[in-house]
Design a protein around this ligand. Structure first.
Ligand code: AHM
Ligand code: MG
Length: 332
C-alpha cells in the first residue's frame, strides 16, 4: 500500500499551496506567504519540544506568572521566544503581540506591514499530561505608519484579519489556516519534515451532536445556559455527546471536524469570559466563519467587537450555525 493517500493533496506542501493560491486570492501576497512560513518553521521546533515532554523538563514551571496571573511553563516561554525570533527576521512584520507579553513587541516603528497576534502555547496547563496543546495566530495589516501609541493601530476588530490559524500539537501535528478564502488543513509529516495538505475547504459538518463546555463552572452560568444544557441532555434533542478537553485549539479542532458547538461563557471567576479576544477568539472566529460556522460572544459577532485592550477577554460560543443559533434561542 502507498504510504500516502493516492491523491495529489498529500504531495502539496504548505508553501506550494500558498504559491498556487496567489493568483486567486487578493489577501495573499508574497510577504504574507513568507510570514506564514516563519510561523510554520517555529511551530516545527515547538512540536519537537512537545513530543519530548517528560524528557527535557519543558513542562516544568518557571516560577513566574504572566500578565494574566497564570503560571508560566518553560515551553510557554520557549514557544514565545521561537515565534518572536522567527517572525522578527521578517522585514514586513511591524509589531508582535503575544499572550505571554504584557506589552506589544515593536519591531519597526515606521515601516513594516503586518501586526501579528499569537497565543504561543494554548492549553499549556495540559502539557504534562500528554493532552493536545496548540499555537494560535492572527494577522492584521498596519493601518497607518505614524502613531503616538501602538495600541492605536493594534486594537482593530477581528473582521480586519487577513489571515488566521492554529497549529495543534496532538497525535499528529496539524496546521489549519485561512487567508479569507476557505479553511485548509496540513499535517506535519515527520519523515518529510513539511506540512502537507490533508484537507482543503473544510466546513463544519451539519448535524454534529457534540457540545463542549466546562460544566464545572455551571453554578456561574445564567439561566439560559442551564436551559440549553437541559435541552442538549434531553432525549428529544439527543443523542448529544459531551466532550471537553480544556485546550481551546483541540476543542475547536474537534468541533470543526466533527461538528457541534464549543461554549465558554462568563463565570464568577472570569466575569468577562476566559478566552482572549485578540489572539484566541478572533482567529478562531475567522476560521469558523470561513468554514461556514458562527462565532459570537453571546450577543454579537466576535469579529465585530471593537477591542479596548490588548489582553481583553471575551465569552466565546463557536461552531456549526444551527447549534449556535440554538443556544442563542435559550440565552438571548
Ligand atoms: P491558556 O491560553 O492560558 O492555556 O488558557 C486558555 C485555555 C484554553 O485553551 C481552554 O479553552 C481554556 O483555557 C480552558 O479553561 P478551563 O480550564 O477554565 O476550562
Ligand atoms: Mg490560550
Amino acid at each position: 500500500m502507498l504510504p500516502y493517500k493516492s491523491s495529489k493533496s498529500a504531495l502539496t506542501s504548505v508553501e506550494q499551496f500558498l504559491m498556487r493560491e496567489y493568483s486567486e486570492n487578493k489577501n495573499l501576497t508574497g510577504e504574507l506567504a513568507l510570514l506564514l512560513s516563519g510561523i510554520t518553521l517555529a511551530s516545527k521546533h515547538i512540536a519537537n519540544h512537545v513530543k519530548r515532554d517528560g524528557l527535557t523538563g519543558v513542562s516544568d514551571k518557571t516560577n513566574s506568572t504572566n500578565v494574566h496571573g497564570e503560571e508560566v511553563k518553560k515551553l510557554d516561554e520557549l514557544a514565545d521566544k521561537m515565534l518572536i525570533e522567527s517572525l522578527g527576521l521578517n522585514a514586513d512584520v511591524a509589531i508582535i503581540s503575544s499572550e505571554e507579553n504584557e506589552n506589544p513587541v515593536i519591531l519597526q516603528e515606521s515601516g513594516g506591514k503586518y501586526i501579528i497576534f499569537f497565543d504561543p502555547l494554548d492549553g499549556s496547563s495540559n502539557l504534562n499530561v500528554g493532552i493536545s496543546v496548540g499555537t494560535i495566530f492572527s494577522i492584521m495589516e498596519k493601518t497607518k505608519q505614524s502613531y503616538t501609541d501602538p495600541l492605536e493601530i493594534i486594537l482593530q476588530p477581528g473582521h480586519r484579519q487577513i489571515a488566521a490559524g492554529y497549529i495543534m500539537y496532538g497525535s499528529s501535528t496539524v496546521l489549519v489556516f485561512t487567508t479569507g478564502k476557505g479553511v485548509h488543513m496540513f499535517t506535519l509529516d515527520p519523515h518529510v519534515g513539511d506540512y502537507l495538505l490533508s484537507r482543503s475547504n473544510i466546513t463544519f459538518p451539519e448535524n454534529g451532536k457534540c457540545f463542549s463546555i466546562n460544566e464545572g463552572n455551571s453554578q456561574s452560568f445564567s439561566e439560559g445556559y442551564h436551559k440549553w444544557l437541559d435541552y442538549v441532555k434531553s432525549p428529544d434533542a439527543g443523542p448529544y455527546t459531551a466532550r471537553y478537553i480544556g485546550s481551546l485549539v483541540a476543542d475547536f479542532h474537534r468541533t470543526l471536524i466533527q461538528g457541534g458547538i464549543f461554549v465558554y461563557p462568563t463565570t464568577k471567576k472570569s466575569p468577562e469570559g476566559k478566552l482572549r479576544l485578540m489572539y484566541e477568539a478572533n482567529p478562531i472566529a475567522f476560521i469558523a466563519e470561513q468554514a461556514n460556522g458562527m462565532a459570537i460572544d453571546g450577543k454579537s459577532r466576535i469579529m465585530e467587537i471593537q477591542p479596548h485592550s490588548l489582553h481583553q477577554r471575551v465569552p466565546l460560543i463557536v461552531g456549526e450555525k444551527k447549534e449556535v443559533n440554538k443556544i442563542l434561542s435559550f440565552i438571548s
